[in-house]
Design a protein around this ligand. Structure first.
Ligand code: ATP
Length: 134
């Protein structure tokens, strides 16, 4: 079994899609290990997106993820990292396959509703960052 860090981003909270998004993970059979709604500051955004802080797309991404509350959670299950990324779909909502969260609910490359850790190393780092008591 494996754990992964998921963010239900501010666009999803604003649009009232938290239940829809969370329901997809729960229906799939993943277990919620921790869950909290938070309003984060730019420094937490920088720590989370450490690998992207120098990229051109980062300043608007930073503004977006700090623009309102998000929901951070840890999910557990068999191959949870890959399973969550498959449920999330491709980064760009316009390209993401129907049936995925982004494919069904987003038409944006930035406001794409969710984040999921991309490797066991990222999951360990991100879980420690968001939920240090776990
Ligand atoms: P996440 O890491 O959030 O699950 P991802 O792994 O699909 O998404 P990354 O390449 O890690 O995508 O990018 C992180 C986030 O940065 C994306 O989810 C998206 O919100 C934003 N992003 C990535 N590329 C772009 C871009 N070209 N333009 C605008 N925003 C972008």
């Amino acid at each position: 079994t494996q754990r992964t860090l998921v963010l239900i981003k501010p666009d999803a909270v604003r649009r009232g899609l938290v239940g829809n998004v969370l329901g997809r993970f729960e229906s799939k059979g993943l277990t919620v290990v921790a869950l909290e709604q938070r309003l984060i500051d730019g420094e937490q955004a920088d720590r989370h997106y450490a690998e992207h802080v120098e990229r051109d797309f980062y300043p608007p991404l930073r503004a977006f993820v700090t623009s309102g509350p998000l929901v951070a959670l840890v999910l557990e299950g068999d191959e949870a990292i890959e399973v969550v990324r498959a449920i999330n779909g491709a980064t760009d909502g316009r390209k993401a396959a129907p049936g995925t969260i982004r494919g069904d609910l987003s038409v944006s490359n930035r406001e794409n509703l969710v984040h999921g850790s991309d490797s066991p190393e990222s999951a360990a780092r991100e879980i420690a960052l968001w939920f240090p008591d776990l």
